[in-house]
Design a protein around this ligand. Structure first.
Ligand code: TRP
Length: 343
């Protein structure tokens, strides 16, 4: 069976969104709308794998939705919804919990990082996080998933689950007319400049909402002054910028700032260095701050406008959920029959 190309991706509603979420994920989601039917999810079920204050979860869900729309995702064309409104995700995740092996999940680096030393105290949901992610993707038989580099391992696991399901239920699938399997081998799409945006305080760490220093990240809700100040304070080294990307090796902070500039300007690191090679950071940083403000200010304004009208955002999510549920329903019906559930 060949699968109709379809894109699925998701962002967690936990904490505030930052430049890494925008450049690494949301902006790329926008670009894919012209080439594929796309489903963009606010993964609230994933968010609660670590404690979320309920009122904050409500607000973060609306914020991610607002960021999707402000960035240019068209909810008439693409499907925008929150995960918990479509029960297929939780249902298929349970079945995948019975397909995936403990050993597979135990190898996931994101679990090891997030659970830290106190693994005994991590939620069962945090351990099972990747099976829910596989369910997100495979409930829609999605073929392409734009994600950051850090999610590659979860995509590999998604393929392992799809393959094992197709294999374990092979005979039954053939009887029911799915001789080539029910689930596609989903491809991650990882490319473009600055898919990995690093901390402004430490070029070896990802920009993250959980970093205790707010100066380490540019939040999508930061105003122009805050953005300019964070860029000014960003960690650098004393050397001027090199004139070729090779010169950025071993200079993670310089590499990060050049990468951010390139991504914001829609160009390459080489082109940026063509212009700023030899320049001191005292020259480059103000240019970067101005560019960041120019790109982010309209996004920021539009997010504010959208967040002020929660009823509209909730209606978008409800409409998207109904459309998503309609796509997942026949897949889940096949899964139930294949597994041998009566009814
Ligand atoms: N785990 C992803 C992240 O943290 C979010 C996510 C959940 C996701 N389900 C997904 C991404 C399905 C792509 C497809 O970035």
């Amino acid at each position: 069976m060949t699968f109709t190309p379809r894109v699925f991706s998701g962002v967690q509603p936990s904490g505030s969104l930052h430049l890494g979420n925008y450049l690494g994920a949301i902006r790329r989601f926008v670009a894919m709308q012209d080439d594929y039917p796309c489903i963009y999810c606010v993964v609230d079920l994933h968010a609660i794998t670590v404690w979320q204050d309920p009122a904050d979860l409500v607000s973060a869900t609306r914020h991610v939705t607002a960021a999707y729309l402000a960035a240019g995702i068209d909810p008439a064309k693409s499907i925008v919804f929150n995960q918990s409104q479509v029960s297929a995700h939780a249902e298929l995740a349970w079945i995948f919990n019975c397909v995936a092996r403990m050993g597979w999940l135990g190898r996931m680096t994101q679990f090891k990082e997030k659970a830290g030393k106190d693994r005994e105290n991590a939620s069962v949901g945090l351990f099972a996080y990747p099976t829910l992610m596989a369910a997100d993707i495979l409930a829609y038989q999605a073929t392409h998933v734009p994600v950051g580099e850090d999610q590659k391992q979860h995509l590999e696991l998604t393929r392992d689950i799809a393959q094992k399901f197709n294999h374990d239920y092979g005979a039954r699938l053939a009887e029911l007319g799915h001789a080539d399997g029910l689930f596609p081998m989903t491809e991650p799409i990882i490319h473009g400049p600055a898919t990995r945006v690093m901390s402004l305080r430490d070029g070896s760490k990802k920009m993250s909402k959980s970093d205790p220093s707010d100066n380490s990240r540019i939040n999508l809700t930061d105003d122009a002054d805050a953005i300019a100040q964070k860029v000014r304070k960003a960690k650098t080294d004393p050397e001027p910028l090199p004139s070729e990307t090779k010169g950025l090796e071993g200079r993670p902070e310089a590499d990060n700032l050049v990468g951010i500039y390139a991504a914001l300007a829609g160009t390459t690191r080489d082109a940026v260095l063509g212009e700023y090679g030899g320049a001191q950071f005292s020259v480059f940083k103000p240019a970067l701050a101005e560019l960041a403000v120019n790109v982010l200010a309209p996004l920021n304004d539009e997010m504010r406008r959208l967040v002020a009208d929660p009823a509209h955002l909730d209606a978008v999510l409800k409409d998207g959920s109904a459309r998503a549920a309609a796509i997942a329903a026949p897949v889940l019906a096949d899964v139930r029959r294949v597994v041998g559930f009566v009814g």
